[in-house]
Design a protein around this ligand. Sequence first.
Ligand SMILES: NC(=O)c1ccc[n+]([C@@H]2O[C@H](COP(=O)([O-])OP(=O)(O)OC[C@H]3O[C@@H](n4cnc5c(N)ncnc54)[C@H](O)[C@@H]3O)[C@@H](O)[C@H]2O)c1
Length: 270
Amino acid sequence: MSYNLLKGKRGIIFGALDEHSIAWKTAERVHEEGGTFVLTNAPVAMRMGQIKVLAEKTGSEIIPADATSQEDLENLVSKSMEILGGKLDFVLHSIGMSINVRKGRHYTDENYDFTAKGWDISALSFHRVLQNLYKADAMNEWGSIVALTYMAAQRTFPDYNDMADNKAYLESVARSFGYFFGKEKKVRVNTISQSPTATTAGSGVKGFDGFISYAEKMSPLGNATAQDCADYTVSLFSDLTKKVTMQNLFHDGGFSNTGVSQEVIERFSE
Ligand SMILES: NC(=O)c1ccc[n+]([C@@H]2O[C@H](COP(=O)([O-])OP(=O)(O)OC[C@H]3O[C@@H](n4cnc5c(N)ncnc54)[C@H](O)[C@@H]3O)[C@@H](O)[C@H]2O)c1
């Protein structure tokens, strides 16, 4: 169902890799709500070609950008404003990648070159995006910028590896930059802390199947899906949440405030 919540709003959506991506579902949902946007992803992800399907479906243009490249981000911000015909109202940062996880390096045996690269892609990139938008004065007043995160930033999930540290940094950037973006430009900056979700990035975490079923059993409302996350993001892009900023917003069916659930107790009483 569409409520026209984003009619006339313009933005940039990072991170739609395939139809499972949270960014993909969000792009479809933003389109339904009347928003127009530029899609972007790393040039290497572009070669997989699926993003073109989404672009056609949503009438969007694609601008490749490596989120660790200053040059790419500058180009992305200025070209997006040109294509969309003005300043932006919303931006979704939906980017994550740990080289240590990919290469099977344990948290107690990190390769620090991998760590630095993963941090650059997953965490510092959010500062880069914000700084580029800020310096180019690319956001309209009451605009909204959202990044995706996971609760491993607050609590330990052993196999989440160095992504836990990256997410802690990302959430801190949202607060710190959110102060300046709020003060100077009346723009919101928040992170959504999403349930485990079956996507390419999610499934890369060791033991993901056990992880997602456990979270499902622990959450009174069940896990939030990528589609649910798209809905929530639309609400944060809309004018109905204008005074929400500098927050880490748990979107997890209640998981983060549940000590133990009846289902989990029963499992251990067998
Ligand atoms: N899937 C989960 O369980 C889960 C849970 C909580 C938070 N998140 C977060 O949601 C976000 C989106 O992930 P997803 O689950 O949709 O997986 P995904 O694999 O579909 O998306 C990750 C995206 O990051 C992009 N990316 C990687 N390196 C990049 C670079 N250098 N420049 C630009 N883009 C780059 C990839 O191309 C991909 O599109 C991530 O921040 C992830 O950490 C995921």
